[in-house]
Design a protein around this ligand. Structure first.
Ligand code: 2AM
Length: 480
């Protein structure tokens, strides 16, 4: 009965869709297992065309697989993942491969990989992006784990991945938790992208008085140009949707409290630990948090705002400014996200090819966009870019957009419209390019109250001023 080359464990929607995707590709025979067997039976009954091999127990699953056995776990990330890994380890043999396709925190993946490796079994944390639709028709796949396991897994993953310009959207990201790490940053960038689009919509609506359907047309038009992306495309569809009950735009009857499943927060928490400013992503996460503080917002709703109502004079010119501000802020969000990838790669010893990451995000995933081609090209031309934003192509975008970006941030501030991602991205940009930062003053303050010392611009060494004494400067011996 050893005729399956791949197994899927966990047959909720994502698992079922991934199993169907696998089964639909030439050369794959898919064994399926779910803790509750009724779900396995339902899947087999609904999709006889898939030719699934049913496993009622983990042992049956192991027996149904060719060696090296390969199983993809698709259960809710957390305790269930550990439980299923333990069960698989008990029926698998050295050389077999266990893949976690859930949204695991990369540090969990690092821990699991180390534990499973002890048994001689490979463990691969694989980021899967694209939601239910992607799982079924072609996701973007971000596998970690050993190069050895990728030799077996790679062809299987390539068979189901989304395809962009003829190339499957999968690459071996790096060892142990690298795949789940990159997936996490992908989600963080997704938060920023969505928030930026939402700010653009809000500014246009309040500045021009256009209806959601009219703004949908604006997004459709933007989707013809350099902003072309899945998120811009679906934004137009959401804005055009009319509520059947009330006849109002759906966006006007949806409660304005944004939810989150936590991957954005992980991206920011991890960035804080790494000391990488992912301010655009952080503002996007915080904007969702603020939106959900309904009682606080209600209590604060009578706080004073600008005295006068705001309308722009030239709607078309303002919309073009907003488009440019969106593009510039988006470049910042991606640049910051790639900074986080670079910092983590250094910390964890991952050899991550940034251009490859951008390449596999071009289809299948939520942040798929035309400009990912430009990111791939930027890293292909200059692999050691100090920051993505410094690639010639992105410098040119900044030169072309920064004035409009400033006008939009000024307008938002004066009109009392929150634009946290637009404005924090602009502050980051100005901070990055500044000749001098007031960090010098912060160092002085730190030295004053904590003798934390400072360095000088004009000579080597570490210095401390004796603030409570005669205020002379001494060269400090130990550095803090
Ligand atoms: P179930 O159908 O038996 O509940 C999403 O919740 C998927 O994860 C489902 O397939 C679910 O199986 C599975 N799952 C959740 N917790 C699990 C556990 N502890 N062991 C095995 N599968 C689990």
């Amino acid at each position: 009965m050893t005729n399956a080359n791949i197994a899927v464990v966990g047959l909720a929607v994502m698992g079922s869709n991934l199993a169907r995707n696998l089964a639909s590709r030439e050369g794959n025979t898919v064994a399926v297992y779910n803790r509750t067997t009724a779900k396995t039976d339902d899947l087999l009954a609904a999709h006889p065309e898939a030719g699934f091999v049913k496993a009622a127990t983990m042992q049956e699953l192991a027996d149904s697989l060719q060696t090296p056995r390969t199983a993809i776990i698709m259960v809710k990330a957390g305790k269930a993942t550990d439980a299923v890994i333990d069960e698989l380890v008990s029926v698998f043999e050295p050389g077999d491969i266990i893949v976690d396709g859930g949204n695991a925190l990369f540090t969990d993946t690092i821990r699991r990989e180390a534990a499973v490796r002890e048994t001689g079994i490979h463990f691969v944390g694989c980021g899967i992006s694209g939601g239910e639709e992607g799982a079924l028709n072609g996701p973007s796949l971000m596998p970690g784990g050993t190069a050895e396991s990728y030799a077996t897994l790679g062809p299987i993953l390539r068979s189901i991945a989304a395809v962009a310009e003829g190339e499957p959207c999968v690459t071996h990201i790096g060892t142990d938790g690298a795949g789940h790490f990159v997936k996490m940053v992908h989600n963080g960038i997704e938060y920023a992208d969505m928030q930026l689009i939402a700010e653009a919509y809000d500014l246009i609506r309040r500045g021009t008085g256009k209806s959601p359907a009219e703004i949908a047309d604006v997004f459709d038009e933007w989707n013809q140009g350099e902003l072309e992306s899945y998120l811009i495309e679906i934004t137009a569809e959401v804005l055009r949707q009319v509520d059947a009950d009330t006849g109002k735009p759906l966006v006007d009857v949806i409660l304005d409290a944004a939810g989150a499943k936590g991957t954005g927060a992980w991206t920011v928490q991890t960035a804080l630990d790494l000391g990488v400013p992912v301010s655009g992503i952080a503002e996007a996460v915080f904007a969702r948090s603020l939106s959900s503080k309904l009682a606080q917002r209600e209590a604060a709703s009578d706080l004073p705002g600008p005295a006068e109502a705001w309308k722009v004079d030239d709607a078309d010119a303002f919309i073009e400014d907003v488009r440019q501000a969106l593009f510039a802020s988006k470049v910042v969000a991606y640049s910051q996200g790639f900074d986080e990838i670079v910092a983590a790669a250094e910390e964890h010893g991952w050899q991550i090819e940034k251009g490859e990451v951008a390449r596999i995000w071009r289809a299948g995933c939520i942040i798929r966009a035309r400009f990912l081609n430009d990111i791939t090209e930027a890293y292909a031309t200059t692999p050691e870019l100090p920051a993505l934003i410094l690639a010639p192509y992105f410098r040119d975008i900044m030169a072309a957009t920064q004035q409009a970006w400033r006008r939009v941030v000024v307008a938002a501030a004066q009109a009392g419209i929150p634009a946290p991602a637009f404005s924090s991205s602009l502050s980051y940009y100005d901070g990055l390019r500044a000749d001098r930062l007031p960090a010098a003053l912060v160092q002085g303050q730190r030295d004053f109250f904590g003798a934390h010392t400072y360095r000088r611009i004009d000579r080597e060494g570490t210095f401390h001023t004796q603030w409570s004494g005669d205020r002379t400067e001494i060269e400090a011996t130990d550095t803090h």
